[in-house]
Design a protein around this ligand. Structure first.
Ligand code: FES
Length: 280
């Protein structure tokens, strides 16, 4: 399906066209990897808004980035619950390891780092997300191991859900258009949807490790449905040292504590009228 056709399909979902702005901006991020000037102009044209109005929305919500993102967006919650359990140390170790700061991307284009406000998963503090998939109880060493595996093209299984195929695929889901399969995470060769494409081969390329392919939901299933089908959360534990705080094995990373929280499910498009800014 062509990009313009997808965009018009989003607009047509709403009785008032401007309600489609948030999903359209996710579609822009899927296409361009960030909120580009061309994307803003196209959203404004389609919705009868001014570019200033679109830009005002795009700069209000922290999920919209005005600079190109890497293959993966790594977010470290540094709000209260996470901070008292060591999140600042987690963030600072990643700053040193990656050589980038807030909303900056590594030179190899692998990772964009950000510190985030409460991610709504305080019981798993400190929380790190990769493309909005939660990794709970992450300590500094575990965080470094996590990003090193991402740089190497692996995506460890998160605490809940399935390994992210890359931020641009997730942006397609956040737009409400379902998953996109690509040979290389973060690089969208065309606008082929999972419904149109043949399933990826297990050795599809960096990032599509066996765990990624085996953990993928059916092409026509939402992640939440996949999680339910898998028994309510990932069954596979993450690497040693990535999660548990000392002496808190019951909160171990990757343990999976039930079904996904819809509020943090990247597969569930946010309602245009009730999405809360993460750091407002
Ligand atoms: S304070 Fe970090 S998830 Fe709530």
């Amino acid at each position: 399906m062509e990009l313009r056709e997808k965009a018009q399909g989003l607009v047509d979902r709403y009785p008032v066209g401007r309600s489609a702005l948030l999903p359209l901006l996710h579609l822009v991020q899927h296409q361009d990897g960030f909120i580009s000037d061309d994307g803003i102009a196209e959203c404004a044209r389609m919705l009868g808004l001014t570019k200033a109005e679109v830009n005002a929305v795009a700069t209000f919500y922290s999920m919209y980035k005005r600079a190109p993102m890497g293959r993966h967006l790594v977010s470290v919650c540094t709000n209260f619950s996470c901070k008292v359990r060591g999140a600042q140390e987690v963030y600072e170790r990643l700053v040193v390891r990656l050589g980038v700061g807030h909303n900056e991307t590594t030179a190899d284009g692998a990772i964009t780092l950000e510190h985030a406000e409460c991610l709504g998963n305080c019981e798993g503090a400190p929380v790190v997300t990769v493309d909005y998939f939660n990794y709970e109880c992450v300590d500094p060493d575990g965080a470094v191991e996590l990003v090193e595996r991402l740089i190497a093209g692996e995506v460890p299984p998160p605490t809940r859900g399935f390994p992210s195929p890359g931020i641009r695929d997730v942006e397609h889901r956040l737009a409400g258009l379902g998953p996109v399969r690509t040979a290389e995470p973060g690089v969208i060769p065309d606008q082929t949807t999972a419904q149109d494409a043949a399933p990826a081969a297990p050795a599809a390329g960096p990032g599509f490790t066996a765990a990624t392919v085996e953990g993928e939901p059916p092409a026509d299933a939402k992640p939440a449905e996949f999680a339910d089908a898998a028994g309510g959360g990932a069954q596979e534990r993450g690497p040693e040292g990535m999660g548990p705080q000392s002496g808190s094995s019951e909160h171990a990373y990757g343990a999976g504590s039930g079904g996904r929280d819809e509020a943090t499910d990247p597969g569930s498009p946010p309602a245009a009228d009730d999405q809360e800014p993460r750091d407002a």
